[in-house]
Design a binder for this molecule. Structure first.
Ligand SMILES: [Zn+2]
Length: 147
């Protein structure tokens, strides 16, 4: 599967491409993007073209930047896409919309998470895009982390 053209555009503050423009917007703070159904207002991440409940089209919406850690795992097998080894992934319950999203966790501190921990979205150059090019990815870090 080839990447859509929009994935190759650079984002503000970074001189390399981001992994997927429709997943997040870089900035201070970075914001996770999803979809909201035009009819029933249900939200989704990532944004589907149509609502699976009522089949209405969705519109892009902001899902927020903060949440709490529902669960996580530290992956110690060989990392795909140039991710650091080990790396952590988890489910994050977002404050604003109530969605539980699967996400990469702080690649610089993969072993320092606890269930229920407060998190905020960050982004940075992590790994590559599958064709060997470095790319910017969104990930959650400890809310009180000073970076
Ligand atoms: Zn709907």
């Amino acid at each position: 599967m080839s990447a859509p053209a929009q994935m190759r555009e650079p984002i503000a503050g970074h001189d390399v491409a981001h992994i997927a423009a429709h997943l997040f917007r870089a900035g201070e703070p970075p914001v996770l993007l999803g979809g909201r159904c035009r009819d029933c207002a249900r939200t989704f991440f990532p944004q589907p073209r149509f609502c699976p409940d009522c089949l209405e089209e969705t519109t892009r919406c902001e899902l927020g930047s903060h949440g709490s850690l529902y669960s996580y795992a530290v992956v110690r097998t060989r990392a795909p896409f140039g991710l650091p080894q080990p790396y952590a992934v988890g489910y994050v319950d977002l404050d604003e919309c109530g969605l539980r999203v699967f996400a990469l966790l702080d690649p610089q501190r993969p072993e320092r998470f606890t269930i229920g921990q407060r998190l905020r979205l960050s982004c940075g150059v992590v790994g590559e895009d599958g064709q060997g090019n470095p790319c910017v990815r969104p990930y959650f870090v400890a809310e009180d982390l000073d970076r």
